[in-house]
Design a protein around this ligand. Structure first.
Ligand code: GMT
Length: 383
């Protein structure tokens, strides 16, 4: 297809939406498209700047006049500036608030100047399932979705939620999240493994932003049940509002010495490669990128039967699903997987195979097809 100049807007953090956007941007740049990241700091997974990759920082000025700085407006102005300076063909924004709404403002400004700039919005989950329910945001999210030129969602579950919550009429394309297989082709760090599990205990891992939606309490309750039956360590990766409370809860449960909480790290692949099992008992999860990355590292997953997780994990094959909060069932499934080496190997192999269904090479062309549809539409629109 024609090489495009694309503006990418995302949260530059470790969160799933930022990770997906950054890896997608890098993959598109490798295919020859010109990618312009427009964010308030360099995306966490961007790495060093390569050919076709550009980063434009959105600077906030601290005016004493404002109690709250209007980031959305500064972002929209930056989008206009970059679109004109680099003759962008389209904007692809990740997360509805404030990225999609800012993009619609930018598109309208450019349209007044005779410049067409289609907007693709990718919905990632919390923008719909949490923020979307808040009346303080709902009308703006609905407007931004309806006015986008194309909308994608990372799972069928999120598409259904968006349609029912906002009554969106326009088609929503489902494009699943993906893995970059090359990230997982590296040796296991045996020193790290020995540091976490010095007596060859099983390593059970959870990675998240430690927000209430992740139900990290359940992670601990499941792990405590596992620990009663087999020697194990719980590796907690990530940070967030619940972390301190969770570490105290581990003390209350009498399992603190079996819990290793390493905080936020740039790349979760190292801890995943030493893991034996991954737990994701979230209240809701539009997709569960952390689960998919675990599977790519050959780690079976026990998760809640919520949101898009059943689209990723095959119950009884690459892991198990149980109702939200059913820690007893999740612990029993965990013990079944870890109980024998044969069963563990079977699940590990199936997890990896399943992850490969979400290979980057199958997903990137789906986004390119959406871009192509918009660009060809524009090419035939009489000016
Ligand atoms: O996991 C989070 O809470 C962060 C959040 C985000 O917006 O970065 O993740 C959401 O987007 C990810 C990438 O598409 C999905 O894999 C996560 O499932 C989704 N989180 C939730 O729906 C809670």
């Amino acid at each position: 297809m024609k090489k495009l100049r694309i503006g990418f807007v995302c949260y530059p953090t470790f969160g799933g939406s930022g990770v997906v956007a950054t890896e997608l941007g890098k993959a598109l740049a490798e295919k020859g498209h010109e990618l312009h990241f427009i964010t308030y700091s360099a995306p966490a997974r961007m790495g060093s700047l390569k050919q076709n990759l550009f980063y434009h920082e959105v600077h906030m000025t601290d005016y004493p006049l404002f109690d709250f700085q209007p980031y959305e407006l500064v972002l929209a102005s930056k989008m206009v500036e970059v679109a004109k300076a680099h003759q962008l063909d389209l904007l692809h924004v990740h997360y509805a608030i404030p990225h999609a709404s800012a993009a619609i403002i930018a598109r309208n400004i450019l349209s007044d100047e005779g410049i067409d700039l289609p907007v693709v919005t990718t919905l990632h989950g919390t923008d719909i399932t949490l923020l979307g329910k808040d009346p303080a945001f709902k009308p703006v999210i609905a407007y931004a979705i309806n006015k986008s030129n194309a909308v994608t969602a990372v799972s069928h579950s999120l598409k259904r939620d968006t349609e029912s919550l906002f009554g969106v009429k326009k088609p929503i394309h489902v494009v699943h999240n993906f893995i970059c297989p090359s990230h997982f082709e590296r040796p296991v760090d045996e020193q790290f493994r020995a540091a976490v599990a010095p007596n060859d205990e099983k390593i059970v891992t959870h990675i998240s932003n430690f927000r209430p939606v992740k139900r990290v309490d359940d992670v601990l309750k499941i792990f405590a049940r596992i620990l009663k039956r087999i020697p194990a360590k719980l590796l907690l990766v990530g940070d967030g509002p619940e972390r301190s409370r969770i570490e105290k809860f581990a003390e209350e449960l009498g399992i603190r010495s079996h819990v290793i909480s390493i905080g936020k790290i740039k790349n979760p692949v190292e801890p995943l490669l030493v893991s034996d099992l991954f737990l994701l008992p979230s209240e809701t999860e539009s997709f569960g990128l952390a689960a998919l990355e675990a599977m790519a590292a050959e780690v079976p997953v026990i998760a809640s039967n919520a949101g898009g997780l059943p689209e990723v994990i095959e119950h009884g094959k690459s892991g198990y699903l149980a109702p939200v909060g059913d820690v007893e069932a999740m612990a029993n499934f965990a013990l079944e997987i870890l109980g024998s080496s044969d069963s563990h190997q079977k699940f590990k192999k199936a997890a990896r195979e399943r992850a490969w269904d979400f290979h980057l090479s199958g997903i990137v062309p789906q986004y390119e097809a959406i871009y192509d549809g918009l660009i060809s539409q524009n090419d035939t629109t009489p000016k």
